[in-house]
Design a protein around this ligand. Sequence first.
Ligand code: COA
Ligand code: ZN
Length: 309
Amino acid sequence: MTRVYVHDVAVRDGFQIEPAFVPTDVKIALIDELSATGLAKIEATAFVSPKAVPNLRDAEAVMRGIRRVPSVIYSALVPNAKGAERAVACEVDEINLMVSASETHNRANVNRTTEQSLSGFRDVMSIVHGTGVAMNGSISTTFGCPFEGSIPETRVFHCVERYLKLGMDGITLADTTGMAHPKQVRELTRAVLARFPTAEITLHFHNTRGMGLANVLAGLEAGVVRYDGSLGGLGGCPFAPGATGNICTEDLVHMLEAMGFHTGVELDKLLVAARRLPDIVGHDLPGQIAKAGKITDLHDAGVPKTPIS
Ligand code: COA
Ligand code: ZN
């Protein structure tokens, strides 16, 4: 049975774009609840400028307040050296760096050219060196940019190559605004793996245009076994117009398990957390299984068990 590693990013990618600040103790309680579900990785926060993303201004308090489960990798998004210093001080398990394949989105997101971001990561590597913190490099707008449209695959190859030269342990190809379609995912992911066969790839999809889980199937066909999702399907980048939710973690686990993949995630526990989430954020969420139930949840048909003659 193929193992698929499921990561949840709701507390970072989800809460960062919510209209209201989610209180620190609520974030901590949710991460602790997610930690008990069997997820492989939780992106707990981002060490970014509190002016740029006020909703995550409590990154230190969140990282220090959670109960760490040894089997879970606690990751945090970091844009620059200052963020890396803060993340290392909180003893995160992994730093997730970010650069956009699109020049325009990189400027909107972190106020730098992609080259400035990538060269700045050398400083990050010297801060992290010897600390034991793992490094992941995310490439936003890999499959398309809301400002520039389609992104030449050479831009994506360039970012992967630079990340690998810096010494990344993993690479995430991110579809920041849900522009990817399955054929493109299969072809681009295969091309990246053909060029960089040792790269440990994660795919990060948003369901903005309803293609999220179809893109996971395309990723599986290309051989990728690591996926980001967001509880309830929360999510979106504040610096990309029209950005909406990530693929929904519990819907992803439900699909994978139904197909015979092994995720190690206890879906029922995840669903308990997902069904509480609308109360936390104060609105309905796009996740389907929390509403419809699992395909194994059978209903009473309301007819007698023995046929009436
Ligand atoms: N954590 C906290 N504060 C930070 C920081 C970090 N990682 N990086 C910079 N800052 C602070 C600086 O200390 C400075 O503070 P001051 O005004 O009090 O002196 C201020 O932010 C500006 O610093 P500067 O280096 O000029 O950054 P900038 O204004 O060009 O912004 C980023 C660049 C990367 C810090 C900012 O754009 C950012 O945090 N973006 C996050 C984007 C994001 O999370 N997007 C969502 C994911 S898709
Ligand atoms: Zn995202």
